[in-house]
Design a protein around this ligand. Structure first.
Ligand code: COA
Length: 173
């Protein structure tokens, strides 16, 4: 799990190229800080408690810089052929430098390794997921998500998120 945040042809190599890696317990305060920031600032992600992050820590991928978490996201398995990318957050100030892409690509690598065929996301940033070859999908295609989480969400009646999914069949051996 060492997806580089920037492609090799994107300029001279940085001294310490940020890499997407599995999260560790010491990353939890940093993940919590980023999720809390975006949950409060724009509502782009749902708030998570530190307890919830510890419980689902094996889902999380992070990018660190100088030991500080600057991007994070989780791949959560929903069913035998389906997983969701969630809690995707990049440090304000270092957006649009490839970190979000690197987190999602690491999640997709993980999904392929787990033999998961479809990965989806609910998002207010459709353009980002289009850039990553996700296709627009109907939220109703993911009933487990709706029943397990959407119904409990404060924004359920006025949800501004759209669903995107990617079919990984070609990448499965
Ligand atoms: C959305 C977010 C995860 C994207 O990560 P990022 O590191 O800023 O974006 P990247 O640099 O990896 O972008 C990859 C590509 O998508 C494009 N892109 C990024 N955000 C975009 C957006 N909101 N709308 C349209 N295109 C976008 C980039 O320009 C880039 O295009 P390129 O490949 O042509 O250069 C990040 O900006 C973020 O944390 N935003 C706030 C929280 C949030 O919205 N989370 C997503 C919840 S699903």
């Amino acid at each position: 799990m060492t997806t580089a945040a920037r492609p090799p042809d994107s300029g001279p190599p940085a001294a310490e190229q940020p890499r997407a890696e599995r999260a560790r317990v010491s990353d939890v305060p940093g993940i919590f800080r980023l999720i809390q920031h975006w949950a409060e600032e724009t509502g782009a992600v749902l708030p998570r408690t530190e307890g919830e992050i510890y419980e689902s820590l094996r889902d999380f991928i992070v990018i660190r810089e100088g030991g500080r978490v600057i991007a994070a996201g989780a791949l959560h398995i929903e069913w035998k052929d389906l997983a969701e990318v969630k809690s995707l957050v990049v440090e304000p100030g270092v957006q649009i430098s490839g970190l979000g892409r690197a987190i999602v690509e690491a999640c997709l690598e993980e999904a392929v390794a787990l033999e998961l065929r479809t990965v989806f996301a609910l998002t207010t940033s459709p353009g980002f997921f289009e850039k990553l070859d996700f296709k627009r999908a109907a939220v109703a295609s993911f009933p487990r998500k709706v029943w397990n989480e959407c119904f409990r969400c404060a924004k359920y009646e006025n949800c501004d998120e759209v669903a995107f999914s990617i079919d990984l069949s070609d990448r499965l051996a």
